[in-house]
Design a protein around this ligand. Sequence first.
Ligand code: MG
Length: 259
Amino acid sequence: MKKAIVIISACCLFAFNAAAQQFRVEGPKDERTMDMRPEMSEFYSPAVPVVTPGDIQTASAPSDAIVLFDGKDLSAWVRSDGKEGMWVVNGDGTMTATRGMGSIKTKENFRDFQLHIEWSAPEEVKGTGQGRGNSGVFLQDMYEVQVLDCYENETYVNGSTASIYKQSAPLANVCRRPGEWNVYDIIYTAPTFKEDGTYRTNPYVTVIFNGVVVQNHTMIVGTTEYIGYPIVKPHGDGPISLQDHGNPVRFRNIWLRKL
Ligand code: MG
């Protein structure tokens, strides 16, 4: 029975991804998306295996990196909505996603890169599922690598920590306990586009989560939508953006190397 569920889920995911690749979707009002509900693109099996990470030392920025946050200020960032006010810098080398401020993004745009970013979910556990320690790292402001507290916290696997949101479940759940620090090292190759706006080459991403590969050269098939199919939108270089999902997730030591 369990095997059957796994096979059915895998087939659904394959069909979903195949559909997303096959069609260019013009926008969220695409007729195929109109009647969809969020849960129609959420998968619960196969489960993501839990892996306890080994000890890793955090890596300070190498000499050729662009330092995006060194703990002192957010001068490399702006609010995505362009309004006044900013996320809180805490004075201990960290900053906090600040409810109501919306997402923030880097002032500079990037193409292919290696991104190092550290994050910590609130030590005081509040909420469940997607409501617990939720934030996100958006590559070129388009494609979300999920940030979520999945330490003994169940949710749909393709929305769990280090998923490519609603597209690709991670290969392992390497979450440390709430309040402890997690490390993402993200290697990203930007897409190229045909004249008709579809991908000539898709975006690809590798994610190393606390020293464990959890996305292995994963092909991204479009934007990471909450409801419905991924959307293919032509775009050029773009910023790194961090999501305000209403949870006070902290970040530190963010740097990027152009590739
Ligand atoms: Mg998120």
